[in-house]
Design a binder for this molecule. Sequence first.
Ligand code: ZN
Length: 231
Amino acid sequence: MCWKSVQFRIEYPADCGTLVSMIIESQELPPIGTNAFALIDTDLKACVIIDAPTEAFEWATRTAKKHDCAIVALILTHGHWDHMLDGYKFANAGVPVYGHKADALMFANPSVMASYAMPELEFQAVPIDHWIAGGDVLKLLTTEMEIRHVPGHCPGNVLIYLGRESAAFPGDAIFRGSVGRYDLPGGDVAVLSQSIKSQIYTLPDATTLYPGHGPTTTVAAEKSGNPFVRG
Ligand SMILES: [Zn+2]
């Protein structure tokens, strides 16, 4: 299997006139092709990781080192096993882990979803240091990160929005031309549709969406072309 790796660089002039930049690195990882992201603040020399599939810890460590940054947080978009198999490694290394309380059971006991996973996988609990909720604004980097609650794929799915960078990370709520599964435990199609309409389609049209699986898209593209939820 060939895993996709992508780097985006977003540059903008700071108040003082010097150019600062945010680098977003994206890496598709095993076992089923889940995207992990590194938000690299070259000004602050800090890096926030979003989601932790298998091999994410090694990848994140390598990526942070390459940019001479410290990993200051791991944010889990939701409590599904394929997004947090490596989560315990971040916790063991002392990286603070963020997640939504509605998925607390899955963070504490990921094997509750074992019947939907591969039989040979080993699940480790992921201790959450900071519970996040819709409306929170995290100030972990020079840019502000707004948390939006987008349940429906699972109860604790959050979206992380970086207004200055026009970037949003919706977990498995929406994909390019598709939406997250709503037939898993805790899923609900009506709730998912409402989340997408009220929390994702209300972002500025030009916002780039970096989903938990597959390629990037934009709010405008999904509002006009997503066959599941029309804007
Ligand atoms: Zn999921």
